[in-house]
Design a protein around this ligand. Structure first.
Ligand code: SAM
Length: 237
């Protein structure tokens, strides 16, 4: 039995994200580029000089902790949603959240790097991270080393197929209102999230059942129709 070394990691930062609950977050980064987030460095790492040179890169690797499911433990075999929830694979052959060490890894496009008083931030685009996610490391993405164009993708060779999204007249009007009030293109974000079909696989054949997704301070009510998704309305939390 190898020695069970245990290491302690410090949280170097935290994620401020539009995603207030796990339901609705895309399965990987880059699928919903309308999703904005910020990575905030925490003391004593909240020093702008730790990021010197990072703005010469377009993407970063973020190592983080799946903190919202840490208490649920891990399983040797898991059911990847894209296999319909029926087929089981070994946890290390998947990007499942329930792992022996709940460590996640996302490559994310970065925007502005800046300081506001004592707080240091990196703007993120298209992250697949829940609000409050603890970050344990950041590294620049190196295309020559990290992008392997002829790599095999196993059971996940490409993004899952999407379905078209339509807005009810009420939802359309509410998005226009929200956009004029908050200067956020909320309808593009909603469209990109829902077209990923966030439902668990066992619900993927169901139609007309109402679902809700919490983004910032709003709850998006939507349902699946036979050949598209319909955004029903927006409710304020
Ligand atoms: N790109 C990462 C990776 O490959 O390690 C994450 C992949 S995992 C399949 C993506 C899912 O993790 C999201 O859909 C969301 O439900 C979940 N998630 C995101 N942040 C989380 C957190 N802080 N705690 C638990 N689950 C989280």
């Amino acid at each position: 039995m190898p020695p069970s070394d245990s290491f302690s990691l410090s949280t170097i930062g935290t994620i401020h994200s539009c995603y207030k609950e796990k339901f609705g977050i895309p399965k990987q980064p880059g699928l919903v580029d309308g999703a904005t987030a910020r990575l905030e460095l925490l003391p004593p790492y909240n020093r702008l000089d730790t990021l010197d040179g990072l703005s010469d890169f377009s993407h970063i690797w973020i190592h983080f902790i799946f903190h919202a499911c840490i208490k649920e433990g891990w399983k040797a075999k898991v059911r990847p949603p894209r296999l319909g929830g029926n087929k089981k694979l070994g946890v290390f052959a998947t990007r499942a959240t329930h792992r022996p060490n709940p460590i996640g890894l996302s490559v994310v496009k970065i925007g502005r790097i800046y300081q506001e008083e004592k707080r240091v931030f990196i703007d993120l685009h298209g992250a697949d991270l829940l609000d409050g996610t603890p970050v344990v490391d950041i590294k620049p993405y190196l295309p020559y080393a990290d992008s392997i164009t002829d790599a095999k993708g196993g059971f996940a060779p490409e993004p899952t197929h999407t379905r078209s999204v339509r807005f009810s007249d009420l939802a359309k009007h509410q998005c226009e209102n929200y956009q004029s009030l908050h200067n956020k293109d909320i309808s593009t974000l909603i469209k990109q999230i829902i077209e990923q079909d966030p439902r668990p696989s066992y619900l993927s054949e169901q139609t007309d059942r109402e679902h809700g997704i919490k983004l910032w301070d709003i709850n998006i009510k939507w349902c699946a129709r036979i050949d598209h998704f319909e955004i029903l309305r927006i409710e304020h939390e």
